[in-house]
Write a protein that binds this ligand. Structure first.
Ligand SMILES: C[S@@+](CC[C@H](N)C(=O)[O-])C[C@H]1O[C@@H](n2cnc3c(N)ncnc32)[C@H](O)[C@@H]1O
Length: 231
């Protein structure tokens, strides 16, 4: 197991880490992955061996990026966007290229590669539109404005049952009832659907897209209004 893969993540076995992997997994072991978005070539560096799941690009990020580029969120220009568990940062980078002001977040151990990827993919005039910042779900949330975002993005962040409550708490903090949440999810295990059940207790949730080839669902969610206190 590489040093950055926690015991929980190893138990979840997103993918087994092996040096001589099958062609299906080999893309995760490449030094980089390239895409063309909004007329920009985006190249994200990967480093699974040193940094684990946060340092490879997952299909969910690609599907979410294509969805945004194709106008799934109408216009992102000038929108305040935050990405959770950004990993290599593709979705946040694409949102910035589409004109949003993006806060791209992950755990501290993921930030070096994330910062490198964000910096190297934004043209000089766009550098100020993305900020990389540490956000471990459920922790230090007061560093982020409550309800201060138009859109919250998450690609393949629903996979560790132990984090579900903290992730929900984070979404509740970041969202007002006008904030949209877009979660691109690969449902690997029945337990992953438990997060959606939890989410539905506090958010209205709709599936807005399914990529059959990659088996990725995109869910859109809005926070439900707080119940009025009884007089
Ligand atoms: C499967 S990776 C997905 C990365 C990226 N969004 C993508 O789709 O390519 C899961 C991401 O969630 C992050 N993550 C896991 N637990 C977290 C936590 N408790 N707080 C913040 N981020 C977390 C990991 O560091 C990792 O970047």
């Amino acid at each position: 197991m590489c040093s950055c893969v926690t015991q929980e993540e190893n138990n979840m076995a997103l993918v087994p880490y092996v040096e001589n992997c099958s062609p299906l997994l080999s893309k995760l072991h490449s030094a980089s992955a390239q895409f063309e978005f909004n007329s920009h070539r985006v190249t994200v560096s990967q480093d699974w061996r040193r940094h684990g799941v946060a340092a490879v690009l997952w299909d969910a990020a690609v599907v979410l990026s294509v969805y945004m580029e194709q106008g799934g969120e109408l216009t992102l220009k000038g929108k305040r966007v935050i990405e959770l568990g950004a990993g290599t940062g593709l979705a946040g980078i694409v949102a910035a290229l589409l004109g949003a002001e993006v806060t791209v977040t992950d755990r501290a151990s993921a930030l070096d590669l994330l910062s490198t990827n964000v910096k190297s993919n934004l043209p000089p005039g766009c550098q100020g539109s993305a900020t990389v910042s540490e956000l471990t779900w459920g922790q230090g949330l007061d560093r982020y404005p409550a309800g201060g975002f138009d859109l919250v993005l998450g690609a393949d962040i629903v996979y560790l049952e132990d984090t579900f409550v903290a992730l929900l708490q984070t979404l509740e903090h970041l969202c007002s009832d006008a904030t949209a949440v877009l979660l691109a999810c690969k449902i690997r295990y029945e337990r992953d659907t438990r997060f959606l059940e939890l989410l539905k207790e506090r958010f209205r949730v709709e599936e807005v897209h399914y990529d059959q080839q990659r088996d990725i669902h995109i869910y859109k969610a809005w926070k439900l209004p707080e119940p009025r206190a009884e007089l």
